[in-house]
Design a protein around this ligand. Sequence first.
Ligand code: UDP
Ligand code: MG
Length: 157
Amino acid sequence: MTLFHMALEQTFLAIKPDGVQRGLVGEILGRFERKGFKLIALKQLTPSRDLAEKHYGVHRERPFFGGLVDFITSGPVVAMVWEGDGVIASARKMIGATKPLEAEPGTIRGDLAVNIGRNVIHGSDGPETAKFEISLWFQSSELNDWIPAEQVWRVEE
Ligand code: UDP
Ligand code: MG
């Protein structure tokens, strides 16, 4: 059997304070585990204002920016890096539309949220954002790569 290394992507995901307060951490982690993505880093923290403002910097001029930063710094966030083929777009699909009432059933927001300001989870929206967000939230020493025991089952397409 040939072992090979596919072109892997990494993405940054964060369970927001509402997801943590509502006890949804296990439910959400389980979805990405069951899908088959690989957990590379995980930590729980209450973000500083500086971190939150950098993370949402692209929205700085939007009317919801202040409230968004207030909320994201109001309590614990579970920050994660996940790896896998196509994980950036796939995680966005699994998360669902920004407005939970427009998110499809089966998605995290579609199943677990109703309010745009309390939509449970963040996910990077592209490769550049993913790179930026991973390095904003994590030191490189916190990223732990590992070889899944079932790696030999992976097949080339
Ligand atoms: N948001 C909000 N009001 C809006 C638009 C966005 O409170 O009108 C919040 C919402 O929590 C969203 C976050 O700002 O998740 C970032 O917005 P973005 O458009 O990047 O949505 P996402 O990438 O999270 O789907
Ligand atoms: Mg976004």
